[in-house]
Design a protein around this ligand. Structure first.
Ligand code: NAP
Length: 503
């Protein structure tokens, strides 16, 4: 048995060096595998038709919707229940789950807004006559992003309708292995009976509830993308995906941003690459306070938030005032409210995650929980994007020992940085390979422009068992950043300078 969270976009379990570009991809793959499992399962069992639905999916995020649509295409009678409990600040949104509403999509669009600010600076060097101090309008950006998200919400509704999947804006709860009760916002209940149940309820941001004022005065990634006014001077607490991505685009649009880091940045990622990402952010204005933990948040009469934190090695208290405090301290699965006990579905006591077998079946045979544990590629959309697939260098050393691996690397200069005179000192590529035999590639890591686009193609190769010689025999497309991967020839072990020179 292994333990999984229900399907979601932002989940450590879906990842394993990847929240794939991201978990959407992982989920779609998960959904395809799930499709095979669930339909074989149903066919073998011989559906009796004694229930109203073949499948009821609880959760209308990427995983739940993919599953429902696939099932409907196989002729199954399917219903999807989706309901958003507002965040503590009262933010709510439509169909599509975290990815569409409060995750990947609005994040990538706000990241793009920040990148455009950088491009404006480059533009002058490329001959454009741009105003000396271009300014950014949060309200315009957020309205555009929110309108786009709403169009996706609508698109999902239409797709369900086209495939004859019944959609209910209800909060689902199990009463037994074949019955789901849906409750609407007025408390009215609807009972649905079904042969199979799929739980795909995802996760929601956590708050450090032990920190006075955290919930009352702070916001999370559930709120930031839906704010109508600029968050202003912002303290981001947490230095993983969510924290760094938000800090990155907030800095990029010109805000004063500080990141409070408890220990490491991007824990679980290759730490050399994580260092390059934070170094780049630091050099572009994001302030990092390392080894600090929050102690309290107080609202001053002026409306500002006074945050007190502790420097962990000295236990010294420090404080500053901010307009916004953004908690990015992890996410927790949404399973407690599902009444899973009633159906006999077992949860991991500590994490609240659902325990599933290898084919996503829970401890109850006809109840499934979606997720994925494949090593899929991922991108961290920080100002300098970082994308990777496979193992970190440290993981590879641990698994194959020091003498078992060869690491090829290069510091390169993206062509588009040259005329703009951008600093490229954090643009870096690393291929972690087995040392013996055909030098199979264990991990690829890339920081630079369009990192996700670059890594997507190489991920196919890694999945197909690509070796270092395959990489060397691949003809690079010139002039691109991706071609630098096909030219990696300096091993770390050689100690030679890995700076790429020439065209
Ligand atoms: P996370 O990966 O769980 O990291 C939480 C961060 O908060 C860590 O830096 C952690 O520090 C810190 N932290 C936890 N508790 C804290 C406390 N009480 N005080 C101070 N700091 C604290 O969480 P996340 O960044 O929110 O990401 C959640 C999941 O979303 C990820 O696992 C990922 O699956 C997904 N995600 C994916 C993408 C993408 O695909 N591009 C983007 C965003 C998020 P320590 O390291 O010291 O524990």
């Amino acid at each position: 048995m292994r333990i999984l969270k229900p399907a979601e976009c932002w989940t450590p379990k879906l990842r394993v060096r990847s929240f794939g570009n991201n978990n959407m991809a992982a989920l779609c793959k998960g959904a395809r595998r799930f499709k095979r499992i669930i339909f074989c399962h149903s066919l073998v069992r011989g559906f009796s038709g004694k229930y109203e639905y073949d499948i009821v999916v609880i959760g209308g995020g990427s995983g739940g919707l993919a599953c429902a649509k696939e099932a409907a295409q196989y002729g199954k009678k399917v219903a999807v229940l989706d309901y958003v409990d507002p965040s503590p600040k009262g933010t709510k949104w439509g169909l599509g789950g975290t990815c569409v509403n409060v995750g990947c999509i609005p994040k990538k669009l706000m990241h793009q807004s920040a990148l455009l600010g950088g491009a404006l600076k480059d533009a002058a060097k490329y001959g454009w006559n741009v105003p000396h101090q271009p300014s950014h309008c949060w309200a315009t950006m957020s309205l555009a992003v929110q309108n786009y998200v709403k169009s996706l919400n609508w698109g999902h509704r239409v797709q369900l309708q086209d495939r004859k999947v019944k959609y209910f804006n209800l909060k689902g709860q199990l009463t037994d292995g074949h019955t789901v009760i849906g409750t609407n916002k007025s408390g009215k209940e609807t009972v649905l009976t079904t042969q199979d149940i799929v739980i795909a309820t995802g996760s929601r941001p956590k708050y450090p509830v032990h920190v006075p004022g955290a919930v009352e005065h702070g916001i999370s990634s559930d709120d930031i993308f839906w704010m109508k006014e600029s968050p202003g001077k912002t303290l981001v607490v947490g230095a993983s995906y969510v924290g760094l991505e938000c800090a990155g685009f907030l800095t990029g649009i010109g805000l004063d941003v500080t990141v409070l880091v408890r220990s490491l940045a991007l824990r679980g990622f290759d730490q050399q690459m994580a260092g390059l990402v934070t170094e780049h952010m630091d050099s572009h204005g994001t302030k990092f306070l390392w080894r600090r933990v929050p102690r309290k948040v107080e609202k001053l009469p002026s409306g500002s938030l006074q945050v007190t934190w502790v420097e962990t090695s000295s236990d010294r208290e420090e404080q500053d005032t901010f307009d916004t405090v953004l908690w990015a301290v992890g996410r927790a699965p949404v399973t407690r409210a599902l009444n899973l006990d009633a159906a006999g579905v077992k949860l991991d006591e500590d994490t609240g995650k659902i325990i599933v077998s290898a084919n996503e079946e829970t401890s109850v045979p006809h109840v499934f929980a979606m997720g994925d544990v494949a090593k899929v590629p991922t991108t961290v959309f920080t100002p300098l994007e970082y994308s990777c697939v496979g193992l970190s260098e440290a993981e590879a050393r641990r698994l194959y020992r020091e003498g078992g691996i060869e690491v090829y690397h290069a510091f390169y200069k993206p062509l588009e940085f040259a005329v703009a005179q951008r600093d490229s000192s954090q643009c870096y590529i690393k291929a972690v390979c087995l040392r013996d035999g055909d030098q199979r590639i264990l991990g690829l890591h890339f920081t630079g422009p369009n990192a996700g686009e670059v890594m997507q193609g190489f991920a196919l190769g890694v999945r197909c068992g690509a070796t270092y010689s395959h990489l060397m025999n691949t003809v690079g497309i010139h002039p691109t950043c991706a071609e630098e991967l096909t030219k990696l020839h300096i091993s770390k072990r050689s100690g030679l300078d890995a700076t790429v020179t020439g065209c």
